[in-house]
Design a protein around this ligand. Structure first.
Ligand SMILES: [Zn+2]
Length: 247
């Protein structure tokens, strides 16, 4: 029995995705593989953070007797979506998807951060702005009276928009840009731990220092600086060798 094909899909009529930008090679990353070796939370999984880019950032939160993630608030002018790639004894379930509000609380999302069996692998994806300036802030509150200890607001305008700050996030000689959120977060952690900020102006409570190791922001900022310096020094060495060869 022969089948009659009716109404075949005409490719001309379907919506087409434009071919990829030749400067932005399509890349594939396995979040489990990449995050097993990552230096920091909120690590961009791909090197694309330009205006309009979709930026998925990996996190691995692990419980343990020495762990202390603390708590802070993140405010972002662009939208973020959270996808949980696997968790145990966490407030977020495996496979859970959640759109955050512009101002949202951040902690380990583990039921008990001292529990060595607790973990969560989470990807937070933000959609970079396509016009205007992008701004973010990290806020710390007093543990006792909830008064605001510090609000560190910073510019996060992505490369490709007029407001992009190359001096802050990386110049044209730099192979890798600083990720604005990580740079701002590292600054926040330093400010949050100063005596003047830690001791609450409202109630006098001496808040314990914010633990930086679990988040790894300063390490990522330093590593980004170091790899750019290394890359530039190799270029200089190559230029010097080339000049010597021409003599
Ligand atoms: Zn207080």
């Amino acid at each position: 029995m022969s089948q009659t094909i009716t109404d075949p899909v005409r490719l001309e009529d379907t919506r087409r995705i434009p071919p990829p930008d030749p400067d932005l090679e399509p890349l594939k990353v396995n979040v489990y593989e990449r995050m097993s070796k990552a230096a920091a939370q909120l690590m961009p999984l791909f090197p694309y953070v330009h205006a309009g880019a979709i930026v998925p950032c990996g996190n691995v939160l692990i419980g343990g007797p020495e762990q202390s993630y603390g708590h802070f608030f993140h405010w972002n002018t662009v939208s973020e979506v959270v996808v949980v790639y696997g968790s145990n004894r966490s407030l977020l379930a495996s496979g859970q998807i959640m759109a955050t509000q512009n101002l949202h609380g951040v902690n380990s999302f583990l039921r008990d951060e001292k529990d060595p069996e607790a973990y969560a692998v989470i990807v937070v994806t933000q959609h970079q702005g396509e016009s205007g300036d992008q701004r973010e802030a990290l806020v710390a509150r007093c543990k006792k009276c909830k008064a605001e200890l510090i609000r560190h607001e910073y510019d996060a305008t992505p490369p490709g928009l007029p407001g992009y700050d190359g001096a802050r996030h990386g110049g044209s000689d730099d192979l890798v840009h600083q990720f604005a959120t990580t740079l701002g977060s590292a600054e926040f952690a330093d400010l949050r731990n100063t005596e003047a900020v830690r001791v609450c102006q409202a109630c006098g409570h001496e808040n314990v220092p914010f633990s930086r190791a679990e988040w790894g922001w300063a390490r990522q900022v330093d590593q980004t600086r170091a790899v750019n310096a290394a890359c530039n020094s190799l270029r200089e060495a190559a230029n010097a060798t080339e000049k010597e060869g021409q003599r």
